[in-house]
Design a protein around this ligand. Structure first.
Ligand code: DGL
Length: 275
């Protein structure tokens, strides 16, 4: 019989830790491996081909560790690489394994949050240009108008720890104002980049009081719980030892110091190389 194995959680850098935190809280019984491709982050300004190539390398690495299920906890990689990996690569690599993203589970529910049916999406340039959120949300909520705004400076602000200061407040307000200028009836803003929850305090200062800010962690965690309930053939392959391991493609001391801010608990990471 095959040994039971952990769930893999992937992001271009630190952002996916905000998703892992909520998944671990909702589903504490499983084992998890996290990988941040910090050496090559950010992904948000990279081409489709590059994001696809990097994400596929990461997926193969998780499979080599034995993970039966990989969560792409990065909107940019989910938007640009996931479909090709699911449809073209997975059947050739291993038909028994699964790779899930975070755009679809978020799109399935986000329409329920809005009364005005006008939703603002803040994301990387890559996610915005892919139009994945517009397409997916309108499949589930055809009446919802999706207004997107790319915020290219936000990921570097977060990756370099510059997110609770006046500089961050300035760049947050700039993009929020631009979003709300386009459509005044927006009552719900989705932070469709896993790095952005770290800017939530600045974002809350910049939006009118009646606009709600939605982050993805709890949505993704609830969706994963439901998925595992509906797919016992996958669930039964996941090991239940309550362990967590962290890996980065960058040097480990830097990752460990910074990642602890995102995850909220200290841990040690190990460096690996993707190719
Ligand atoms: N965390 C990624 C996302 O959710 C973006 C970060 C990056 O640009 O690498 O889109």
């Amino acid at each position: 019989m095959q040994a039971k194995q952990p769930i893999g959680v992937f992001d271009s850098g630190y952002g996916g830790l905000t998703i892992l935190k909520k998944i671990k809280h909702k589903l504490p019984q499983y084992d998890y491996i996290y990988l941040g491709d910090n050496a090559r982050a950010p992904y948000g300004t990279r081409s489709f081909e590059t994001v696809y190539e990097y994400t596929l390398q990461a997926v193969k690495w998780f499979f080599a560790q034995g993970c039966p299920l990989v969560i792409i906890a990065c909107n940019t990689a989910s938007a640009k690489a996931l479909r090709t990996i699911q449809q073209n690569d997975l059947p050739n690599i291993d038909k028994e394994k699964r790779v899930l993203g975070i755009v679809r589970p978020t799109s399935e529910v986000i329409g329920n949050y809005s009364k005005t049916k006008k939703i603002g999406i803040l994301a990387t340039r890559g996610t915005v240009n892919s139009a994945s959120y517009k397409i997916e949300i309108n499949k589930f909520f055809p009446e919802v108008e999706v207004i997107q705004k790319a915020c290219p400076i936000w990921v570097p602000l977060v990756e370099y720890g510059e997110y609770e200061n006046e500089g961050a407040d300035f760049f947050v307000k700039k993009y929020i104002d631009e979003l709300l200028q386009n459509e005044k009836d927006i009552d719900t803003i989705l932070l469709a980049c896993t790095h952005y929850p770290l800017l939530k305090k600045s974002i809350e200062k910049a939006v009118p009081e009646d606009v709600q800010i939605i982050t993805q962690g709890e949505i993704v965690a609830a969706s994963l719980k439901d998925y595992l309930y509906r797919h016992p053939e996958i669930e039964s392959k996941i090991s239940k030892g309550e362990t967590l391991e962290f890996y980065t493609t960058d040097e480990e001391e830097g990752f460990t110091a910074q990642a602890n801010i995102f995850y909220g608990e200290p841990f040690n990471a190990k460096q690996i190389h993707l190719s």
